[in-house]
Design a protein around this ligand. Structure first.
Ligand SMILES: C[S@@+](CC[C@H](N)C(=O)[O-])C[C@H]1O[C@@H](n2cnc3c(N)ncnc32)[C@H](O)[C@@H]1O
Length: 321
């Protein structure tokens, strides 16, 4: 999944004259802070060079993950065509670009972002390039959500890991109250990210939400540690990304986990592939999460005819009718 052309060009021009040693240092610091899930009262993207490091090393991956989540939501809810978006912890506008790409009819967006440095970059990237009317709001999402209007789609991507765990239930509650149709939460595909999604999932189902994706049910999650639910997208690394990270491989696999919680139930439910398919000659094994709330592996072979053909086409994260 590539960045939209206008976004890639905007990012390229912002990164054009950045000195490589400073970018490398900022990328290292950013990556260490994310890996440690550091919450020391400072924003990871508080400074200009950290924002540039994010654009070079993280934006393509978070964009790919978020876009995949929106695709899954659009598949599950073909009737859903959001006109309004409220994105929390917007960063450089990742969700705005991905939503406008998925639903070009998007009319307006409000983007809440605590860091002035990244807000400025997000604003300048979107100005004139995104048709929807976008307003950027400064503020801390854990205290400053009063006065915001409800939106068809509310999103919070790669943000919960930066917020004190004790503040999360109240934040989720506030976001759900503002949700006219669907609340989308995206987190890194780590066991800790999955646990945050599970807690939000329990809370939202208790509040009456229907899960549109990825789970095809509202039963308790059938997976147990050390297993965890997550998905993956392969993302090409730009030349600058490789240089900034001293990376040899021209791609990376972005692991993510998400939850799309909706006011309305999905019209139909299908099993979801929750691990990379395993194949052999004439057979394929898919690990499926099923509408009956159970998860497990299913073997299909040539003898299964159409079922086998569908299973062979299915990839990790897809649904299977
Ligand atoms: C990892 S970035 C994700 C950006 C974007 N959502 C994406 O997926 O690329 C997290 C963003 O959330 C912002 N953030 C963290 N805590 C916040 C809070 N309490 N209120 C508002 N923004 C916050 C950070 O400044 C940062 O820009």
């Amino acid at each position: 999944m590539e960045l939209p052309t206008a976004l890639r060009q905007g990012v390229d021009s912002l990164l054009e004259k950045v000195p490589l040693p400073a970018l490398k240092q900022a990328a290292r610091t950013l990556s260490e802070r994310y890996r440690a899930e550091l919450r020391d009262g400072r924003l990871h993207m508080g400074e200009d060079m950290a924002v540039k490091a994010y654009l070079a090393t993280r934006l393509p991956a978070t964009y790919a993950a978020v876009r995949a989540c929106l695709d899954a939501l659009a598949d599950a809810r073909p009737d859903f065509q959001p006109k309004s978006l409220l994105d929390i912890g917007a960063g450089p506008g990742t969700m705005l670009w991905a939503t406008a790409d998925t639903w070009p009819e998007l009319e307006r967006a409000v983007l809440v972002e605590a860091s002035a440095a990244v807000r400025k970059v997000g604003q300048s990237l979107a100005a004139g390039a995104i048709a929807a009317r976008a307003s950027w709001v400064a503020g801390d999402a854990t205290i400053d959500l009063d006065g915001l209007d409800p939106a068809d789609l509310i999103s919070v991507a790669y943000v919960l890991d930066e917020i004190a765990p004790a503040s999360l239930p109240k934040l989720v509650d506030r976001l759900w109250r503002l949700t006219a149709d669907t609340l989308l939460i995206v987190e890194p595909g780590t066991p800790a990210g999955w646990q945050r999604i599970l807690a939000a999932r329990r809370q939202l189902i208790e509040a009456g939400a229907h899960v549109s994706a990825p789970c095809p049910h509202e039963a308790p999650c059938p997976l147990a540690p050390p297993d965890w639910c997550h998905f993956s997208r392969r993302v090409a690394r730009s030349r600058l990304h490789r240089l900034a990270k001293d990376a040899d491989v021209p791609w990376e696999d972005e692991k993510f986990i998400y939850l799309a919680a909706s006011r309305l139930p999905a019209p139909a439910r299908a099993s979801r592939v929750i691990a990379p398919p395993k194949g052999g000659s004439g057979k394929v094994v898919l690990k499926l999460c099923q509408p009956n709330g159970h998860a497990g592996e299913r073997l299909s072979s040539k003898r299964d005819g159409e079922l086998f053909k569908a299973a062979r086409r299915a990839d990790w994260g897809d649904t299977l009718g």
